[in-house]
Design a protein around this ligand. Structure first.
Ligand code: 5AD
Ligand code: SF4
Length: 481
């Protein structure tokens, strides 16, 4: 049994935002997955996992699925056919919340017809005090809740629920160990996510992640490299190194000087054909990392570099720790990587954002001409510093800004895609496209491409000639030698 649960009583373990904010200097311990002995509790039963949010959550769902299969549950692709439905939720913006609560509403109806349906709730929303409080009082039909820090406890939480026949809630406010050895059912046979770190210590004022995912903890390099080596053996073509702030990898080690640049090099040396990483914070991006990307052809020339705002005043209010000038300096350095594509995240309508601040964001976008950008309207998240700042913009003003920003960035996406016209690109083929007779995949620079090709190329990296460029994707045809 893991140390955090030794003294567990029958009382519920509930989240607490104040505790979640705390950061200790304590060294992170490594624990291994505690394999459950009750392996037949899901025999003859079907499960469905619904995932919201980022790649981190997608990967957590790969662990959730494998744990359920260890308990003999079988996956179904329609929640209405399932005996157990788990919602793996996201807290990043209000609409993510609404989606999860909307789904809970649908599950309530299903449970009225199917009395034995079990409903589980986990992920970032499960770390929020207010949400768990609502589940206890308003969503009593939710059978069990577990948090991001104790994902590996799913089999035990589920078993408790079945034995006690009561709503079971087990959410830790303080992150615990790094848990190694959790089984994984990968969604893709050629592309894999590998966690390199958990949590985040940046506390950008708008962001809930440092609360829901806890203190930064880097995984041991040997565990990461071994995982990638196994993937190579299994024929994987691509690995994405995941973390909330991957550039800060290793900064929490107290016993060694091993950082993201070293990890990138060691992962590249495993020989996996494609290495990607996300997400980067401009603050921790080092020149050595840039050198590694240049040195190893299997580290893909694609960087996601969130800008958030182009106004120094707003950047300061956001707690981003860089100025527009510093961001641009880094951006220019990244542009020295041959063929690099750079994408970004931008928030409009942050509290107090003036027209002038917004215009500065537009002007940075004009300078950077991003290859892709994810744009959002500020959404106040309870417990964060920005949620307490005075916000005097109307929703219409925010929407207008978003519209104007999207118009500008979309123009550059098209320009960026047009650069590939009549060129040959290397594509890792994912599978059939939604477009008839076409296949789909991604280029090294992370451009989505639909093309005429062969079924036998799925999972392979092939040459494709680009014939058309659109705002969101390329079209092409497989090259024949
Ligand atoms: N409101 C709007 N957008 C947000 N993001 C994070 N928190 C918020 C928020 N409260 C955006 C940031 C981040 C991306 C993953 O989501 O741009 O980089
Ligand atoms: Fe959403 Fe952030 Fe949690 Fe990912 S880490 S699921 S983006 S809140």
């Amino acid at each position: 049994m893991l140390k955090y649960f030794k003294e567990r009583s029958d009382t519920m373990l509930l989240p607490n935002a104040k505790e979640e904010r705390k950061r200790t200097k304590e060294k992170v311990l490594k624990e291994f997955y505690d394999n459950p002995s009750f392996k037949e509790i899901g025999k003859g039963k079907k499960y469905f996992v619904k995932t919201y949010g980022c790649q981190m959550n997608e990967h957590d769902s790969e662990n959730i699925k494998a744990m359920l299969e260890e308990l003999s549950f079988k996956e179904v692709d329609d929640y209405e056919k399932a005996d157990l439905v788990i919602l793996n939720t996201c807290s990043i913006r209000e609409n993510a919340h609404n989606k999860a609560f909307g789904m809970l509403g649908r599950l309530k109806h299903l449970k009225e017809q199917k009395k034995n349906l079990l409903i589980g709730f986990c992920g970032c929303m499960a770390q929020e005090e207010k949400v768990v409080d609502e589940i206890i009082h308003k969503y009593k039909y939710v059978d069990f809740v577990f948090g991001t820090h104790n994902l590996h406890r799913l089999p035990f939480v589920l078993k408790e629920r079945l034995d006690s026949k009561k709503q079971e809630i087990e959410v830790l406010s303080e992150e615990g160990c790094i848990i190694e050895g959790i089984p994984v059912k990968r969604a893709n046979k050629y592309k894999a996510y590998v966690n390199i770190m958990y949590g985040c210590d940046k506390f950008c004022t708008y962001c809930i992640v440092p609360f829901t995912r806890g203190k930064q903890r880097s995984r041991d390099k040997d565990d990461i490299i071994n995982e990638v080596k196994m993937l190579v053996q299994d024929g994987y073509q691509e690995v994405t190194l995941l973390g909330q702030n991957v550039n800060a990898y290793g900064k929490d080690f107290t016993d060694k000087e091993y950082r993201m640049e070293n990890l990138l090099e060691d992962v590249a040396k495993t020989g996996i054909p494609r290495v990607r990483f996300m997400t980067s914070h401009p603050w921790d991006f080092t020149d050595n990392m840039i050198e590694m990307i240049k040195k190893y052809p299997n580290i893909m020339p694609y960087v996601h570099l969130p800008l958030q705002s182009g106004s120094n005043r707003i950047l300061k209010l956001m707690g981003r720790r860089y100025t527009k000038e510093e961001y641009i300096e880094l951006f220019d350095k990244l542009k020295t990587i041959p063929n690099v594509c750079i994408s970004t995240d931008i928030i409009v309508g942050f509290p107090g954002e003036t027209e002038e601040d917004f215009n500065e964001t537009l002007s940075v976008c004009e300078y950077c001409k991003y290859d892709n950008a994810y744009t959002f309207i500020f959404s106040p998240r309870e417990g964060t510093a920005a949620s307490k700042m005075e916000d005097n913009l109307t929703i219409e003003e925010k929407e207008q800004r978003l519209y104007k920003l999207n118009e500008l960035v979309n123009k550059y996406f098209l320009e960026s895609n047009k650069r590939y016209l009549n060129k040959t690109v290397k594509v890792l083929v994912d599978g059939p496209s939604d477009k008839e007779n076409m296949f789909t995949g991604y280029t090294e620079e992370n451009k989505l491409i639909n093309f005429y090709g062969d079924k036998s190329d799925i999972g392979k990296i092939i040459d494709v000639a680009v014939e058309d460029a659109k705002t969101w994707s390329l079209d092409g045809r497989k090259c024949t030698k």
